[in-house]
Design a protein around this ligand. Sequence first.
Ligand SMILES: [Zn+2]
Length: 398
Amino acid sequence: MFSRHVTKEISAYCHGELSSEESKQFAEHIISCVKCRTKFEEIKLGIKLAEQLPQLSAPDHLWSELEPLLANPQITQIRSTNGGWSWQLKVATAAVLLLVSSLGAWWFYSRSRKELTTKPYWQVTTLDGRPMIGKEGIANNGKLAVGEWLETDGKSKAQIAVGSIGNVDIDENTRVRLLETQPTEHRLELARGKMSARIWAPPRLFFVDTPSAVAADLGCAYTLEVDDQGASKLRVTSGWVALELKDRESIVPAEASCDTQPGIGPGTPYFEDSSAKFRESLKKVDFDPDAATRSAALTLMLEDARTKDTLTLWHLLTRVDDNDRARVYDKMAALYPPPAGVTREGVLQLNEQMLASWRDELKNTWMGINTKVPKKIAEAYWRVKYGLSRRLKEMAPK
Ligand SMILES: [Zn+2]
């Protein structure tokens, strides 16, 4: 995996200037690195704040004060005769820095503004039937503005172009609303029905609100379904998706799913090819109100858990009670021993660093990479697999 920190790439990232491969590596790093993720959230917040600033021109007197300073020949001297920085040079440097940073902020702001005024809506294409935007049926193409609902009946389907970052297919009997589209955040609400998203933007720019959780894109393709009770099901086909509600988060890799319940939030992610007994028991562990039923179901799950099912077990560590946590730990340790520095005692006390370092060790297993092959080959394999599967999906007839 991408092991160095990615804080230097955050800005390029926010502007979608990284290649899709770089974005993917960025996404993977950010999932596991709290440091870079925190920095990314901070910068994103800064950009959002900057977008709300009124646009002002620099006052004329600022220019008339700056010009003589910039013309001053002393600027070209690195040091004055006494060996220290001359005061003129200090002032001039400060002024230039101020100017550069103001220009930078203005450029960033006007660029965001431009994106905003040139793309205040999403383009909708009819795939089948006659989808509705608000109360108007659309024949071929339509525009979905912020706040508007797009609805399909039993005979219609549509595709939404999400700015330049991806697209979303809307199935029959589905209701979605565009909540926000900004350079730093695109947000859709899925009230009911089914949608499939393919997003090639930096992670955490595209969100889908459902009645029971928020899906945060981490660079991926996935389908999301919401039933009439507000429960939802997420299925990831490539990359990663985070499902969130308050402080509960599930990280879901390709070929895994996650169910959510209104009032409870995201359940635990699981691989689609895990045993039926494993999946049925997990439903109880996640959503049954009775503690004894949950604990009995956990026993059945542990019987059937395979190495890659540590995806589920790792998430359960923070969700079950103390006694059950010890059982989950022992099963995990038998399937995939924790790396150096991760102790049973620490995990049982939910030491965040230990949990993160074990997860990082397990990630290759979850992504279907054989960890016995050298890391470089594994990474190359992953790149090819990811690129190919995406290429194929793009080429596939709709
Ligand atoms: Zn990092």
